[in-house]
Design a binder for this molecule. Structure first.
Ligand code: APR
Length: 176
């Protein structure tokens, strides 16, 4: 059973086995979480991302999928890159967002990672409303019954995001 924890801070400070990156399909960096992870992860991280693009992920990583690289200079062993869906009020992409978490846990299990730090995927540049993203994320991780991951740590960057995740998690636990 995965213990879900919530914390407020910078995901690049987390000493865990694997840090999940809110990447884009290019896997070659960006802003937000992606920028912070690449800045702190250093050249080794980008080199491995480039290798992925030169190999199996020639066309980039599709939304909802996940792939691991070294964590470079981060206080973690691996980075699990996942690409969130961009928010659309015309199309329901909830399944793709849930897949980011399920696939990240699947990759974590392949690695043997037991502690995993997650950002609030898609809630920044990709404009997904926080409350809905929190519900999808927490439900997907809570319902991942076969994973060997012992801690799923949601790392929220500001008080507002933290409060939304905490309220949402409280409500989900009440619902059972
Ligand atoms: N640690 C934890 N959370 C962070 C950090 C950080 N260092 N930096 C930003 N966040 C939060 C944001 O406040 C937001 O709530 O992570 C959440 C996700 O925001 P983004 O990083 O913008 O990710 P996303 O919305 O999934 O957009 C992905 O943005 O940075 C580019 O290359 C990335 O194209 C991709 C897109």
């Amino acid at each position: 059973m995965t213990n879900i924890t919530l914390s407020m801070g910078d995901i690049t400070d987390q000493t865990v086995d694997a840090v999940v990156n809110a990447a884009n399909s290019s896997l070659l960096g960006g802003g937000g979480v992606d920028g912070a992870i690449h800045r702190r992860g250093g050249p080794e991280l980008l080199r491995e991302c480039r290798e992925l693009r030169a190999g199996h992920y020639g066309n980039g990583l599709p939304a909802g999928r996940a792939v691991a690289t070294t964590a470079g200079l981060l206080p973690a062993r691996w980075v699990i890159h996942t690409v969130g869906p961009v928010w659309s009020d015309g199309e329901d992409r909830s399944g793709t967002l849930a897949s980011c978490y399920r696939e990240s846990l699947r990759v974590a299990d392949e690695l043997g990672a037991r502690t995993v730090a997650f950002p609030a995927v898609s809630t920044g540049v990709y404009r997904w409303p926080l409350e809905d993203a929190a519900r999808i994320a927490l439900t997907a991780v809570r319902d991942a019954e076969t994973t060997a991951v012992t801690e799923a740590r949601f790392v929220l960057f500001d008080q507002d995001a933290y409060d939304v995740f905490a309220r949402t998690w409280e409500a989900l636990r009440k619902d059972g």
